[in-house]
Design a protein around this ligand. Structure first.
Ligand SMILES: *Cc1c(COP(=O)(O)O)cnc(C)c1O
Length: 371
């Protein structure tokens, strides 16, 4: 969608901040490598744009969730190493090979299928293997690792590029699960042929060098989200969301606002309606208690968020008039705080942002849309 002056809302994505965040993480990792996770449309920020910025910053390894995401990404970053986290889907071997995409093998069945594909291709085929170190989500359970250890021939034809696992509780630094998973990962990987190792997501990077191994796989921190619960966030904010005021009305005592009439004015109020609603990822669960800002001054959300609109109390902000912009996410209100107001996490907020915004990429050489 082209940026438009009459758009109902503007989403500004700061590519310079994305690059700086990647640099910050890479520096923290020292000699360990820093991949970039760009699944789910680069966390909603644009799979066509964000990976290019990261590649320009030196990223050479990318992770996505689906093969189709990998195939789309292949065009953007022709030389990069691309891994598919959700694994090898049955029958898709030829497409992985044709697009030079590496599956993360998540089960013994997937290992066997990839080895068979290698025999058919007549050459070794690169892949990652994921071990389940305690999350019970994806990856080989201990029993399957034991089988591989006893029958190493089953890995014939698999060029093992990475042994990886995923942390379940890394944002809570004192959670004992972190060290338990680390121990299980180390034990599991010793049973497999030697290969580079990868355990840390964004939060894992902040758990320290024991968790870094050869390659870290941050996503969230690149996009400015907080990685450590209860600590100041060192990453630069990446997104700013501004919504246009499409109507302002004066209401008297007793008047109700929005679906269900959940807000009742106890005294005269000015209510600004903006052109963003839950269809745009401004979650209904934010009702009734989120905060936004007009020109740096807080304006509370009132009533229930509708599909295409939300209403804010601008009684104390006389210059908030039709055509003005209310900042829903930005320097005054980080996305993690907004997410907390909805009872969710920044990840969900970010990936829920819809497609109806006029999007502008700052720091891409394109003109900044919003002053
Ligand atoms: C999504 C994902 C990541 C990135 O996690 P963040 O918390 O966003 O840094 C890394 N590894 C795996 C397996 C993932 O699914």
């Amino acid at each position: 969608m082209m940026p438009s002056r009459h758009a109902g809302a503007f989403l500004e994505i700061d590519l310079k901040a994305i690059r700086e965040n990647y640099r910050t993480l890479a520096a923290r990792l020292g000699r360990s490598g820093c991949a970039a996770v760009v699944k789910a449309d680069a966390y909603g920020l644009g799979a066509a744009t964000v990976p290019l910025a990261l590649a320009a910053e030196g990223a050479t390894t990318f992770f996505v969730a689906h093969l189709d995401e990998a195939i789309a990404l292949r065009w953007a970053v022709p030389m990069a190493e691309i891994f598919v986290l959700n694994g090898l889907t049955c029958g898709a071997e030829a497409e992985f090979v044709a697009n030079r995409v590496r599956p993360v093998l998540n089960s013994l069945g997937q290992v066997d299928a990839w080895a068979a594909a290698a025999r058919r291709a007549g050459k070794a085929l690169p892949a990652a293997i994921q071990l389940d170190s305690g999350m019970s989500r994806l990856g080989l359970p201990e029993a399957e690792v034991a089988v591989l250890a006893e029958e190493p021939g089953r890995l014939g034809g698999v060029a093992l590029r990475l042994v990886m696992s995923h942390l379940a509780c890394a944002e809570r630094q004192d959670d004992p699960m972190n060290r338990e998973q680390l121990a299980r990962f180390e034990a599991g990987r010793r049973r497999l042929p030697a290969a580079p190792a990868s355990l840390a997501n964004s939060s894992g990077v902040f758990l320290g060098p024991d968790f870094h191994f050869d390659l870290a796989r941050p996503g969230a921190a690149i996009y400015g989200l907080a990685s450590v619960a209860g600590a100041a966030n060192p990453m630069r904010p990446v997104v700013r969301l501004l919504a246009r005021i499409v109507q302002v009305r004066e209401i008297g005592p007793g008047a109700r606002v929005g679906y269900g009439g959940t807000f009742t004015a106890s005294r005269p109020r000015r209510i600004a309606t903006v052109a963003v609603g839950y269809a745009d990822g401004y979650l209904r669960a934010l009702s009734p208690s989120a905060t936004a800002h007009f020109d740096g001054r807080p304006v509370p959300l009132v009533g229930t968020v509708s599909m295409d609109t939300a209403t804010f109390d601008v009684t104390g902000v006389p210059d908030a008039v039709e055509g003005g912009l209310i900042e829903l996410i930005g320097p005054h209100h980080p996305i993690d705080r907004l997410a907390a107001e909805a009872g969710t996490i920044g990840y969900e907020m970010l990936t829920s942002l819809g497609n109806r915004y006029a999007r502008a990429y700052a720091g891409a050489g394109t003109e900044r849309l919003i002053a």
